[in-house]
Design a protein around this ligand. Structure first.
Ligand code: ZN
Ligand code: ZN
Ligand code: ZN
Length: 113
């Protein structure tokens, strides 16, 4: 039996597609990775399993460092010494700047909690 394949077919460039539906690099898409290594990097970066979950809320993260960063501020009440509450640190800082109110230390320096 004779082989029908010619030489060029043998050295076909590999195309690595992502297996996550909806991804830009999903099977059939024009985008692909030429190396398996790059595909793996993509998967880790973009689709990594979010196995690090916050102990205080339902959020989870792909990296432990991100989780720790989040946990630092998770559950904090952004509350000024005057009693006004805000949903984010930025809004509270703006309020304090405008009104010259003093903020609790843990809000000024969240790293020292
Ligand atoms: Zn992907
Ligand atoms: Zn949280
Ligand atoms: Zn205030």
């Amino acid at each position: 039996m004779q082989t029908q394949f010619n030489k060029s077919a043998k050295k076909m460039k590999a195309r690595y597609h992502c297996s996550v539906p909806g991804c830009l690099y999903f099977n059939g898409s024009e985008r692909f990775f030429a190396e398996k290594k790059l595909l793996n990097q993509h998967i880790v970066k973009v689709h990594a399993e979010k196995k690090y979950s916050c102990g205080k809320c339902t959020k989870s993260f792909g990296l432990d460092s991100l989780r720790k960063l989040h946990e630092k501020t998770c559950g904090i009440e952004w509350k000024c010494t005057c009693g006004v509450k805000y949903s984010s640190r930025e809004s509270l800082l703006t309020h304090a700047r405008r009104t010259q109110h003093r903020l609790p230390d843990h809000i000024i320096n969240p790293d020292k909690m």
